[in-house]
Design a protein. Structure first.
Length: 382
């Protein structure tokens, strides 16, 4: 089996809903990290054997296989193949895992993987239709992800203060990381037009690094009546626009081209869980991928657990025994937002850069997924 390595990873800034990227077509936003990878690495696009892009709402302006369209918009020519996939919130990470599998199996040597979601122009759920009777026969109840997060908080006994502390800390960590320049190497500036004027977007728009627990305590609940829950906009992931991409290659291909890989992809895993609480997937996904690699949480230096909702993080920490000090160390989706199809690629990118920056060895990314799934990936610094 060939070894799959991450040569480089990059993402756009994440623009808030109806923010900096609201006038930009999704295919143009999707092309930005592809252009950046080419410029940063100096490869000839003709060597890229496939582009695998996650996109959770592949309709309207994100339809017609944006994974194929994005490399053409990036100037990679007619010969760049591409595919779009949808594993809901885990789509971008699934793209990375599929790319790694193609390389490890020997089918391909050089693949680009990532994703895009323009949530301003193609709102979440735009691809939905009325659920069939079969769905209701298979599952006892239909819930929203927000209600699933509320039930997780109830099941584990988390208070509003518990989840708000995680949320505030995510904002503070993002702020500290941004001021220290930790995002500089992984974010590519994007040229766009704002209010008729050309502008360069360099920074995530969603974070509020001065947020306090006291600030959050005043926010109204998002999914339940007052006094009956803990989840609100301030401890949930932000709705944003963005894209991400990683250059993934076999170790031999990287060596032949003089590339210095950042990390190797050790393993990946997916699970299915209860579709009612829906968001507990990171717990068994983490436990099972560690088991199949004869590892424990103590063998992992850094974790990224997507901050869809703060109760998800709290439950994962409690059940896995991992500690918050090694988790989402530069802030997460509560701060920078969650552009659905792009987030998985951004999280793996974040870990690869942080391993390189700190000299630590091993990292794990995991995400909860709608209708009850979980995904995990382990990478190791080269």
């Amino acid at each position: 089996m060939q070894e799959a390595v991450i040569v480089d990873g990059v993402r756009t800034p994440f623009g808030k809903q109806e923010g900096a990227f609201s006038g930009m077509h999704p295919q143009d936003l999707a092309a930005e990290p592809l252009v950046a990878l080419e410029e940063r690495t100096g490869f000839d696009p003709e060597i890229v054997e496939d582009v695998i892009y996650g996109c959770v709402t592949p309709v309207e302006e994100q339809g017609l296989n944006i994974g194929r369209i994005a490399p053409m918009v990036a100037g990679w020519g007619d010969g760049a193949p591409g595919v779009q996939l949808n594993r809901m919130c885990g789509s971008g990470q699934q793209a990375v895992n599929f790319a790694a599998g193609q390389v490890q199996s020997g089918i391909h040597d050089v693949v680009v993987a990532g994703g895009v979601e323009h949530m301003s122009r193609v709102p979440m759920g735009s691809d939905g239709n009325s659920l069939t009777e079969t769905y209701f026969e298979e599952f006892d109840e239909l819930t929203t992800q927000g209600e699933g997060a509320e039930r997780i908080a109830e099941q584990w006994g988390f208070t509003r203060a518990d989840v708000d502390e995680i949320a505030a800390d995510s904002q503070h960590r993002w702020g500290a990381a941004w001021e220290a320049g930790r995002y500089d190497a992984q974010i590519t500036p994007v040229e766009t037009e704002i209010d008729g004027e050309r502008a360069t977007v360099e920074r995530d728009e969603h974070p509020r690094p001065d947020t306090t627990v006291e600030d959050l305590s005043d926010l109204p609940l998002a999914f339940r009546a007052p006094g009956d829950g803990v989840v609100h906009a301030g401890n949930s992931s932000g709705i944003v626009d963005g894209s991400s991409a990683l250059l993934i290659a076999s170790a031999d291909a990287a060596d032949e081209r003089g590339w210095e890989p950042m990390a190797r992809i050790v393993d990946s895993h997916v699970v299915g869980v209860d579709p009612i609480t829906m968001l507990t997937g990171p717990i068994p996904a983490t436990q099972e991928i560690l088991d199949q690699n004869d590892m424990t949480v103590e063998d992992i230096d850094l974790f990224e657990v997507n901050e869809a909702f703060a109760p998800v993080i709290c439950a994962w920490l409690e059940e896995t025994g991992a500690d918050w000090e090694r988790t989402n160390v530069n802030g997460g989706a509560i701060a920078h937002g969650h552009p659905l199809g792009a987030t998985g690629g951004a999280l793996v990118t974040k870990l690869a850069h942080e391993l390189e920056r700190t000299g630590q060895d091993t990292a794990l990314s995991t995400m909860c997924i709608g209708f009850g799934q979980g995904i995990a990936t382990i990478i190791e610094r080269v």
